[in-house]
Design a protein around this ligand. Structure first.
Ligand code: PLP
Length: 381
């Protein structure tokens, strides 16, 4: 493929550290055994990779029990596992206005079937969900709070630690959707009860990987049941973690890549976060200097991840994204699977440019010039 400036890291990060690619290929070329399914050396080598990945993810999430790290297909799968595995008929669930459809669709399916009640909480004028709003919303029926740690549209980071405190004071577990914060933010500091993370965004692993981290006392019912390579004499699903939630063959090449992504991230997390903040600020400031740009990022002085969305006045976001693609810049237009936050912003879509650790100031400046050119060209029409 012809070289592009890749600014779609919120969808999946690219490129990956070279060690990630080598690890995926290494499994395919040299290991090949199915972890937990036999006692031969190839299967044992695969098992060690799974164990290493759990250890690294547990260290990042701040839990001491690696068996509480569950391998999933992606963040959507992890969220489904947490939501479908813990709710009961009659429960009430609180969510923020910023939730992704990976949260809303499983919840609204139950809501529409009359099984649960979902309440979407209003943020303040800045787009922040205040802990007080959560405190006032909790009722005796509230069984779960789901919080999008940082919006995949505005990039705004929510006060997750304070919201977790409020939830815990009322006995409500918090499920944190860390899709846009895992890899840059200090996830352990939130003290969430369950954390859903994609392996393929900020953790820099391959697509097809995700993690569900379960805090003490959280034991979701399985989404899938089947062979685990353990307790095979029983016709019933094992109760013990992680086997309870991990039936069937693991994505060993992907998880081997994720081990290397996690190592890279753990070695550089604070520096990556700072670097992406600086690039994002440069992008927001540069966009504000272009007449005709409508910002979608909330207050400049609030905490953001490296996600910057905007519109070009009078132009559909999909059309703008197509025009940027023609200039060899990869961004995403449309609703980004998060219609509620667009309703709150009063937008029907936005152009989203999202940064990763391998972007440079030149990438940001190239986007700014390309956007200015689109606006200039549109004036000539
Ligand atoms: C906030 C948020 N939640 C969930 C997801 C779903 O992640 P995945 O693509 O890994 O399923 C995304 C993906 O962009 C997201 O931005």
């Amino acid at each position: 493929m012809e070289k592009m400036i890749y600014l779609d890291n919120a969808a999946t990060s690219f490129p990956k550290p070279p060690s990630v690619t080598r690890a995926v290929a290494g499994v395919m070329e040299k290991i090949g055994g199915n972890p937990g399914r036999a006692g031969h050396s190839a299967a044992l080598a695969g098992g060690r990779i799974l164990a290493r990945c759990r250890e690294l993810a547990a260290a990042y999430a701040g839990i001491t029990a690696p068996e509480r790290v569950i391998f999933c297909l992606n963040c959507t799968d992890a969220l489904n596992m947490a939501i479908r595995g813990t709710l009961h008929a009659g429960d009430e669930v609180l969510v923020s206005h910023a939730e992704h459809n990976a949260v809303m669709r499983p919840l609204m399916g139950y809501h529409d079937a009359g099984k649960i009640t979902v309440r979407i909480l209003e943020p303040d004028r800045q787009g922040i969900l205040t802990p007080d709003t959560v405190r006032q919303a909790i009722t005796p029926r509230t069984a779960l709070m789901v919080l999008c740690h940082a919006s995949n549209v505005t990039g705004l980071i929510q006060p997750a630690r304070d919201i977790a405190r409020v939830c815990h004071s009322q006995g409500v577990p918090l499920l944190l959707d860390a899709a846009q914060t895992a890899g840059t933010e200090e996830i352990a500091a939130v003290h969430a009860d369950m954390i859903a993370m994609p392996g393929h965004k900020g953790l820099l692993g391959p697509m097809g990987t995700g993690l569900l981290i379960l805090g003490e006392g959280m034991l979701p019912r399985p989404l899938r049941e089947g062979g685990t390579g353990s307790a095979s004499e029983s016709l019933r699903q094992p109760v013990l973690l992680p086997d309870r939630l991990e039936s069937g063959t693991a994505n060993l090449p992907g998880i081997a890549g994720l081990v290397q992504g996690l190592k890279f991230m753990l070695a550089h997390r604070a520096a990556i976060a700072e670097y992406e903040h600086v690039l994002a600020r440069r992008m927001r400031e540069g966009l504000m200097n272009i007449p005709g740009i409508l910002p979608c990022w909330g207050p400049e002085d609030a905490a953001h991840v490296g996600v910057v969305s905007f519109n070009i006045r009078g132009m559909d976001s999909g059309e703008a994204a197509d025009q940027l693609n023609r200039q060899r810049i990869a961004v995403r237009g449309g609703l980004h699977c998060a219609p509620s936050i667009h309703a709150w912003l009063g937008t029907t879509g936005a152009v989203r440019a999202s940064l990763g650790p391998f972007n440079t100031e030149r990438d940001v400046d190239a986007l700014l010039s390309a956007v200015a050119k689109i606006i200039n060209d549109s004036k000539g029409r």
